[in-house]
Each structure stands twice: as structure tokens, then as C-alpha cells.
Design a protein around this ligand. Structure first.
Ligand code: SF4
Ligand code: SF4
Length: 152
């Protein structure tokens, strides 16, 4: 049985694919130095908005804590002696490591204090660093559009 040239055809076809892809622009990106642009409707971590004077917008009603299906949010408040109808938020924490990004807390907030930011990249060896206090939550909102897509 002699050599059959048509047996080289599959090899030639395979090599042609390799050659064609060699000259194409790579589809891979060098993450984390390069990042893909995010969709406008991308939903990342929850952030806290500020009032004009820089304080958190939260009024301590506790609705987000109740609405959260995964018990990520913990709020403590005390009454304001000067304004008995107002509460003072003494602590507000959100565990980003437990968050489902469902946005129910954002929907529940009556004063629009919360928003879904585009922050992602939560890799860590220490889950306790994913418990965000109110200052870190406000930082997430401050960073919107500046440093899209990274958590420190
Ligand atoms: S986005 Fe959902 S899971 Fe995350 S804190 Fe809000 S309610 Fe909880
Ligand atoms: S629902 Fe809004 S105002 Fe009420 S505790 Fe949560 S963040 Fe604060």
C-alpha cells in the first residue's frame, strides 16, 4: 500500500486553522491589569450614598436589614435626645461575602440611601475583610465611574 496524499488533508486543514488564528487579535485580556468594560446594568456590591454634608444618607429605619434574605446587614441605632422622632445610626455593616446582589435592600430603602455599585473582585483569604462598615460602603459609591470594578 503506497503513501496516500489525501491522508495529509486533515493535517493541512488543522494547520490552516492554527495559521488563521495566529494572525487574529487575541480575545484574552491581561486581568487584572486590563479590565473589560462593564454593562450599564451590571450589578455589583451594595454601596451607601452620602448626604450633601458627607454623612451617610441612612436614617436607621432597619427596612434593608429586614428585607435582606441572607442576613447580610446589621444595624444598631439609638434615639436622638434632641430629636426624639429621629434615630442615630451607631453602626451599619454589610457582609459583602454573604451578599447575593439581589438588590432587595436597595428597593426597600425609603430614602434611597443604598445603590448597587459596579464594584466586584472580592478575592480574599480572610472573609472578615468583606464585612464593610458605613465608611467603606460610602467609598464604593464615591468610586463609581472613577475606578470601576475594583474593591480594595
Ligand atoms: S443585595 Fe440582597 S443579599 Fe445583598 S445585602 Fe442587599 S438584600 Fe442582602
Ligand atoms: S432601609 Fe435605608 S434608611 Fe433604612 S436602615 Fe436601610 S439604608 Fe438606612
Amino acid at each position: 500500500m503506497g503513501f496516500r496524499f489525501d491522508s495529509l488533508l486533515p493535517i493541512a486543514r488543522g494547520l490552516s486553522v492554527t495559521l488563521r488564528e495566529f494572525f487574529r487579535r487575541p480575545v484574552t485580556i491581561r486581568y487584572p491589569e486590563q479590565k473589560r468594560p462593564l454593562s450599564d446594568i451590571y450589578r455589583g456590591a451594595v454601596g451607601m450614598r452620602r448626604r450633601p454634608d458627607g454623612r451617610p444618607k441612612c436614617v436607621g429605619c432597619g427596612l434593608c436589614e429586614t428585607a435582606c434574605p441572607n442576613e447580610c446587614i446589621t444595624i444598631t441605632t439609638e434615639s436622638n435626645p434632641a430629636q426624639p422622632t429621629e434615630k442615630v445610626v451607631t453602626s451599619y455593616t454589610l457582609d459583602v461575602g454573604r451578599c447575593l446582589f439581589c438588590s432587595l435592600c436597595v428597593e426597600a430603602c425609603p430614602v434611597e440611601a443604598l445603590e448597587m455599585t459596579n464594584a466586584y473582585n472580592f478575592s480574599t483569604n480572610d472573609r472578615s475583610t468583606l464585612i464593610y462598615d458605613v465608611d467603606r460602603l460610602m467609598d464604593l459609591v464615591d468610586k463609581q465611574g472613577k475606578e470601576a470594578a475594583t474593591l480594595e
